[in-house]
Write a protein that binds this ligand. Structure first.
Ligand code: F6P
Length: 355
């Protein structure tokens, strides 16, 4: 009898989710004789037994589509003991042999915890997030699309900033990891890049370098700031994150945002240079994946179906170098991969602090 495999997508949506779903179903049905069912709205769908059919016909032509045909939620199935029971019994009631969980550190962390508590809950994880902050894989799918969107947006800001002799402050996503700000900022030729990994001082790291640029006759400047960037507590009085809302989501994450406006106001006050800010926000997550993400997602989906066919469980698909392969999930899955020093170097080398 064909193995029955549930697929769910959890957490923030991300370009390439549909490509993973399509690839897993193609490989599973055509190469491994697997049968699939879609679980709607992430873990919430498993708790509520909310499913849709997932045949080859259902996944045809979804490769370039953004978002997720299965929809998503930030429901945490391991927050309460009763939800753990509901998730495990849902798996049985739906007649599943396997679950492919596509998500970031929260979704995969929950999958790992459920599997560790009950080895009959067979699970294969696929790492997703535009933030690229998952340990265990070199790259998550969705990141390449996000940095391309952000880079193209920054390119456009150069012409506006130059025409008006302004500073433009661009706030980018990424939570507590600065990958998006670093790579979009560098490829978009930003003059200043502020990352969560390097607490900054408003005078020394932002306004001072901008003042110098202005004095030397530079007509305009582009500042890229990661939404999770924070002030240097050693030198500034307030070392907290800039919070849009103090609310926490089900996984305990704060909602970040708002730092771009605060910095733009500071620049106008301290440097006396007309400044505007723009928050790229969810634009970075929407729409069609790049060719790189379509191919990576396809490889991830095929590898997930292979892992199920091989009978592996408690594994996550990862990219190591050029190889896509399953690795064991461990507690480290919850560890965030931040930008290391050898990458931060680029943010210093090519920006105004070095002028
Ligand atoms: O993790 C992806 C991400 O886009 C982060 O960069 C951002 O902080 C967060 O999700 C926003 O979440 P939401 O869509 O719930 O506002």
């Amino acid at each position: 009898m064909a193995k029955k495999v549930g697929i769910l997508t959890g957490g923030g949506d991300c370009p390439g989710l549909n490509a993973v779903i399509r690839a897993a179903v193609y490989s599973g049905v055509i190469e491994h004789d697997l049968e699939f069912v879609g679980i709607k709205y992430g873990w919430r769908g498993l708790l509520e037994r909310n499913t849709v059919p997932l045949t080859l016909e259902d996944v045809r032509k979804i490769l370039p589509e953004g978002g997720t045909i299965l929809r998503t939620s930030r429901t945490n199935p391991i927050k309460k003991a009763e939800d753990i029971d509901r998730a495990l019994s849902g798996f049985k009631e739906l007649g599943l042999d396997y679950l492919i969980a596509i998500g970031g550190e929260d979704t995969l962390g929950a999958a790992y915890r459920l599997w560790r508590g009950d080895k009959n809950f067979k699970v294969v994880g696929v790492p997703k997030t535009i933030d690229n902050d998952l340990s265990g894989t070199d790259v998550t799918f969705g990141f390449d699309t996000a940095i391309n969107i952000a880079m193209k947006g920054i390119d456009r800001l150069h012409t506006t900033a130059r025409s008006h002799n302004r500073v433009m402050v661009v706030e980018l996503m990424g939570r507590h990891a600065g990958w998006i700000a670093l790579e979009a900022g560098l490829t978009g030729s930003a003059d200043i890049i502020l990352l969560p990994e390097v607490p900054f001082d408003i005078e020394n790291d932002l306004c001072g370098p901008l003042r110098k640029m202005k004095e030397r006759g530079r007509e305009y400047a582009i500042v890229v700031v990661s939404e999770g960037a924070k002030l240097d507590v050693e030198r500034d009085s307030d070392g907290s994150y800039f919070l849009q809302e103090i609310d926490l989501d089900e996984f305990g994450h704060v909602r970040l945002g708002g730092i771009g406006k605060i910095l733009a106001d500071e620049i106008e006050d301290r440097v006396d240079w007309e400044t505007r800010h723009v928050v790229f926000g969810h634009l970075q997550r929407g729409g069609s994946p790049t060719a790189f993400d379509r191919f990576l997602s396809t490889r991830y989906g095929v590898a997930a179906a292979d892992a199920v066919a091989e009978g592996l469980s408690g594994v996550m698909i990862s990219l190591r170098g050029t190889e896509v392969k399953p690795i064991e999930m461990t507690d480290e899955i919850k560890e965030i991969k931040t930008v290391p020093e050898n990458f931060r170097r680029y943010a210093r080398l090519f920006t105004a602090r070095n002028e």
